[in-house]
Structure formats: structure tokens, C-alpha cells
Design a protein around this ligand. Sequence first.
Ligand code: FPP
Length: 258
Amino acid sequence: MHFTPQSKQQRECLPRHTAIIMDGNGRWAAERGWPRIAGHHAGSEAVRRTVEAAPDCGIDVLTLYAFSSDNWKRPREETDALMVLLTEHLQSETERCVRQGVRMSLIGRRDRLPDHVLDAAEVAERATSSGERLRLRLAVDYSARDAIVSAAKAMNGGGRECFARMIGEDVDLLIRTGGERRLSDFLLWECAYAELVFTTRMWPEFEASDLAAAVEEFQSRQRRFGDVEPAVGQSLIRHIDQNGAGTFSDVRGDRWLR
Ligand code: FPP
């Protein structure tokens, strides 16, 4: 299913940077009496479907939480299997990404990743570097707190703009599957004004239609970024009387506020 924004307003209000916490693989597998890794395998299919659907939803940058720095606490068997799955995914998807104009990159720490992941990531990043349709960022061994500390150390006296540039682009829409409602150390700075959409859908079952539904939910939200509603707020006129007392009117002149 492809999502086509209908109105001009819908097109202008697209979640250019969308990030997803792909949760629920383990529970989805357990419900079927399967090992957790079977859930991760099904999850990698959902990654492929989502990447394919993202550009039609007006998404330019898609950041997927594939492995958090805290995921190293999981049993070795599971972390090893996830690393192998990641390598297989990078290898098998590179050609498709080239064809679809998807530029792939890894974010997160690289110094603790096995060589096979590093090699596959370098090949995929190089092969897809000219992709312009979608920027796909896979967060692997990623911790937002660590990223913030690293940027703070590296900013060398620079200000907030410099820090924000080092950290990365603001997220417009954050989706978390699997029914939990938390950020789990993912893109904490970038999500300052993100719209959050939580769904009970388990990640392996996530379809293009779920992505389109999340985008529609995003478009129904009013984003004010700390400001007031433009239709009223931008037209407020402040009147100060000779005693210094303020009153406000809106441009329609029919409503006075104190
Ligand atoms: C969270 O579900 C998911 C992960 C820790 C791994 C996500 C990995 C994939 C989606 C597949 C591999 C990734 C790529 C990019 C090919 P969970 O295991 O915590 O699920 P649970 O909450 O049901 O236990």
C-alpha cells in the first residue's frame, strides 16, 4: 500500500525525519513458541518493507533502532545472532538500496562491533553513497546519552548550533511498536519536539499501512514548538495604557484579552 498525501497542507506537513523503535520481536516469536531470533529474522523483513514504503510517505531520513548499547546485556547467543543478522541484512539489501536510491549508514559506536558487521557496513555505505531518495540510518550499539556526551566533549567551546550540527537532525516523528511507551535512550536530543506515536503492533507485523497510519496521525497533530497557535498568536496586538497595564486584542478586534 502506498500513502499519497492528498492536500497541499498534508504535503507541507510531512515527517521528513522519522525514527522507529522496532520493539516486539521477542514477544512476537514467543507467542508462536519460536526462539527470539526468529522474531528478529521476521523483524528484518519488516525493515525491508518499511524502507521501501518510507519515501512514498514523504520521509527523507529514516533512523531505525537496531541495537542499543544496553542490548549488550542480553545473552551472548542473542547478541551474536543479531550481529550476524545485521551483516546478512546489510549484504542482502545493498543492491536493492542502490536501485531504490537509498543511502545507508550506521550510527552509534563502532569500536565494539564484530569485524563482519564493520566490513559489511563499510561496503554498504560506500555502494549506496550516491542515493538521494532516502537516507537510512541504522542505529547499532547506539546510546543517545553517549552521543550527547561525545558531542559535548567535541564541541570545543562551540555553541548550541554547533552542538546540534554534531548530534544530527531533529526528529519529526518517532514511532515505537510493541506497546511500550518509552524512549529507551534513543535520539533524546533530536526528539525534543518530535511527535510520538506508540502502537501495539509488534515490529515483525509492521506493514506499509502502519507507517502510513502513523504519518496520518502525525499530520493530525498541531506542532507549536513552544509558540502559540499561529492563527491567533501571530495576530495579537498588545496595548499598553498610560499606567503600564497591558491588554491584548486580536486583529479581528472583536475579542479583548487581559
Ligand atoms: C527489540 O525487540 C528489537 C531489537 C533489540 C532488535 C531489532 C532488530 C531487528 C528489527 C532486526 C535486525 C535489524 C536490522 C536492521 C536488519 P525485543 O527483542 O526487545 O522484543 P521484545 O520486547 O518483544 O522482547
